[in-house]
Design a binder for this molecule. Structure first.
Ligand code: RRO
Length: 326
């Protein structure tokens, strides 16, 4: 290498923005990784995420016993996103404790467990099991809109209080809560008040937005089978709702609790908007299903390019710095 080429390479490296992040003290090579849910049920699927540029391996929300989930069709791609009513199909928590050991050894990236026990007692057993696993973070998911016969727990503030109190007592890993979308300022205040009481390290906001109803006008029929066609909406339809939730939680809790933004991220510029709103990391859900694992590298490169164009050096230069119109 000539001295000139070496110098140019060095100058380029100096210019590169740093999009790494840290969640609850755990380092992530970039701030973009997969959301719990899409294509993360089996070991084979987790290996695909491991080999991709996703900066972490988030596993499917798990329950005490394996679950087949809801009857099919239970997922549909839509013009601007998705609808799902999967019904928590998963192999049971023991499988994910085992998978976490395998993928942790094979891939140099954080592993995130997602826990969705059906009862308080189930959650206790599952959290305890993950204490003795190599997972780096635990995302508690009481926000799914799709368990038949069960309300969205995240909307029951008393029940949330009871659950978080219990998790606080038993969980020895850094843990956070995946929240459903809220729409009313009063509700943000109410859930923030509950969260503040406990050692919650991060919030993941938002889950798919329940309960939407997608209709095929030609067939005069719903597009998914469970629950009369109702399901959680994901993708571009929910980006603005997700941004609003990230922003509100950043305003209410941002000094104490980190926020992982999720909902409608397809590009690096989408990710940038979430960081501006206050996110320390970004997860990709529907877009991963629709575009495949290349989405992670693509979004990361676009985020880097956009930040460099704007002269930002790292995500802390951007995080929460949203301007409003006075
Ligand atoms: O499995 C699902 O139906 C599901 C879950 Br657990 C969730 O948290 N969010 C979602 O949209 N679907």
């Amino acid at each position: 290498m000539t001295q000139k080429t070496g110098q140019r390479k060095w100058d380029l490296r100096k210019k590169m923005a740093d999009i790494s992040t840290e969640i609850a003290g755990v380092k992530f090579e970039t701030c973009v990784f997969n959301a719990a849910g899409p294509a993360d049920v089996t070991l084979k699927e987790l290996e695909v995420i491991g080999k991709s540029k996703s900066s972490a391996i988030t596993m499917k929300s798990c329950t005490l016993e394996p679950r087949k989930g809801n009857p099919e069709p239970r997922y549909a791609d839509l013009e601007f996103g998705s609808i799902n009513s999967m019904g928590l199909p998963n192999l049971g928590y023991k499988a994910y404790v085992k998978f976490s050991k395998i993928v942790k050894e094979k891939y140099a990236k954080p592993v995130v467990a997602s826990i969705s026990g059906m009862t308080l007692e189930d959650n206790i057993v599952i959290f305890k099991a993950f204490n003795d696993s190599p997972v780096d973070l635990i995302e508690f998911n009481p926000g799914s809109p799709n368990t038949i016969g069960k309300p969205i727990v995240g909307y029951d503030f008393q029940e949330m209080d009871r659950l978080l109190e219990t998790v606080s007592k038993i969980c020895k890993k850094p843990w956070g809560v995946k929240l459903p979308a809220y729409f009313d300022f009063v509700h943000y205040d109410q859930i923030a008040k509950v969260i503040k009481k406990y050692p919650v390290k991060f919030l993941t906001s938002v889950n798919s937005v329940g309960n939407g109803l997608v209709i095929d006008p030609n067939k005069e029929k719903t597009v998914i089978k469970p629950k009369g066609g109702f399901g959680g909406i994901g993708g571009r339809y929910i980006k603005y709702t997700a941004l609003a939730n990230v922003r509100k939680f950043y305003e209410l809790l941002g000094r104490k609790i980190q926020i992982i933004g999720v909902g409608g991220v397809y590009t690096g510029v989408d990710a940038f908007e979430f960081i501006l709103a206050g996110a320390s990391a970004i997860q990709i859900g529907t877009a991963f299903l629709q575009k495949g694992p290349v989405i992670f590298a693509k979004a990361q490169k676009e985020l880097l390019d956009f930040m460099e164009k704007k002269g930002y050096k790292n995500i802390e230069d951007v995080r929460g710095k949203l301007k409003t119109i006075n």
